[in-house]
Write a protein that binds this ligand. Structure first.
Ligand code: CTP
Length: 402
């Protein structure tokens, strides 16, 4: 028996769905990990599993019908909600999800949800067509935006015989999310972070541009990493095809000049800047208004002018900001990164060898070295971009403390 949840008070919200019986096993698993669990049921849940089952296993009275005589004392549960470390709603039906998203309070569970202001894990389970319904999707998105951790349902055979996505997530996955939410480090709470990501496009004419293959994945992973640790995050993003992350303010741009505008505007409000974007260094001096014709030419000379060095420019205006830049290099990685650190007057350069096969620009994995102002260099192992982001954020935390 592990005791990873030892000393934790957990509210387990159970809704009336066919997966309700799985909540019994989830309760046992949470208790095995050392948690103190109090069960709260939605209006229909007791039609699937009796409150007595949950009561016998949890050793605590079950809060199940707010307005019926004989129901356990709701004040006990409000008191438990006040000290609870986490609320898990599993299985969460479309009905209860809608109530939680819209603030309805007509069942013990929806009532308690409003009286509770701590972290929430929601594991939806329903018919796959219901799960795909725009109303359900919008409610889930809203809860996610407000900080709930959603443990997505699985694909498989559903109780109704159909095959699709809607089956309650594996209980081990729910437990994993529970642990990760409870051990989450919110050490950037109160800090404002500005991250840039993706490439820029410098137009030659209305349909042609100069750009680079940056996918934006590294910058998005960094922005999400800061968000998950409690920071407020602004993300200035060049054109990428990534999903818009929730809980992050996005400022879209296309050209280096547009990116510069956003960064200049947001920089004075931030405590930390991480400039991950692969900004174009040169842009055509003139942009042709109409699509250029080949016109029988065998060659074409483009006149380019240098774009603003955004990083260098904001670093000159810094007050108290911590600033990290990236250096994408194909040769002399560390020396070039050190030179950039000095030339741009930043606190850290993340040196990224983009010539190595399988890492860098489009990939999900990366391998970087961190070059610090005091001359230290830390080579991080090759890892998933989110893992790299988390380590980078750890190091920035350490730098802020120093
Ligand atoms: N950068 C910037 N504005 C630019 C070019 C780069 O803010 N016009 C930032 C990048 O976001 C990165 C850092 O500067 O954080 C280094 O970018 P990189 O392309 O590696 O270096 P450059 O300064 O462009 O120098 P070079 O191309 O000569 O290596």
């Amino acid at each position: 028996m592990s005791d990873s949840l030892s000393g934790k008070s957990i509210l387990l919200g159970v809704c009336g769905g066919i997966a309700c019986y799985k909540a019994v096993e989830l309760l046992r698993m949470l208790m095995k990990e050392g948690a103190e669990v109090s069960v709260v049921m939605s209006g229909n849940a007791d039609k699937f599993v009796t409150p007595l089952t949950f009561q016998a296993l949890s050793g605590r009275s079950v809060y199940h019908n707010t307005f019926e005589a004989g129901s356990s004392d709701s004040m006990d549960h409000i008191a438990f909600a006040k000290k609870a470390d986490l609320l898990i709603v599993a299985p969460a039906t479309a009905n209860t999800i809608a109530k939680m998203a819209n603030g309805l309070a007509d069942s013990a569970l929806s009532n308690l949800f409003l009286a509770y202001d701590g972290p929430v894990v929601i594991a939806p389970a329903m018919n796959s067509v219901m799960f795909e319904h725009p109303a359900v999707k919008a409610n889930i998105a809203l809860l996610k935006e407000r900080g709930a951790k959603i443990v997505d349902p699985e694909e498989g055979e559903l109780a109704c015989g159909a095959v699709g996505t809607g089956r309650l997530a594996d209980l081990d996955d729910i437990l994993f999310s529970t642990r990760s939410v409870l051990t989450r480090n919110l050490d950037f709470t109160g800090l404002q972070v500005l991250v840039t990501a993706g490439p820029t496009r410098e137009f030659i004419d209305p349909v042609r541009y100069i750009s680079n293959p940056s996918s934006g994945k590294m910058g998005y992973a960094i922005a999400e990493g800061f968000r998950d640790r409690g920071a407020k995050v602004d993300l200035v993003s060049g054109p990428v095809s990534l999903k818009k992350p929730s809980g992050i303010e996005i400022f879209n741009c296309v050209t280096a000049s547009e990116m510069n505008d956003w960064v200049q505007r947001r920089f004075p409000h931030c405590d930390i800047l991480v400039m991950t974007a692969a900004v174009g260094d040169f842009a055509p001096k003139t942009i042709q208004k109409e699509k250029m014709k080949k016109g029988g030419r065998q060659s074409l000379n483009l006149e380019l002018h240098a774009t603003v060095d955004i990083l260098k420019s904001v670093a000159q205006k810094r007050t108290t900001q911590y600033i990290a830049g990236f250096a994408a290099e194909t040769e002399n990685l560390i020396e070039s990164a050190k030179e950039k650190l000095v030339a741009k007057d930043v606190d850290m350069i993340v040196a990224n060898d983009i010539s190595a096969p399988g890492i860098g620009f489009q990939s999900n994995v990366n391998q970087v070295s961190l070059v610090f102002k005091n001359g230290t260099v830390e080579r991080l192992p090759r890892a998933d971009k989110r893992e790299i982001a988390d380590t980078l954020i750890d190091r920035i935390r350490g730098e802020l403390k120093a």
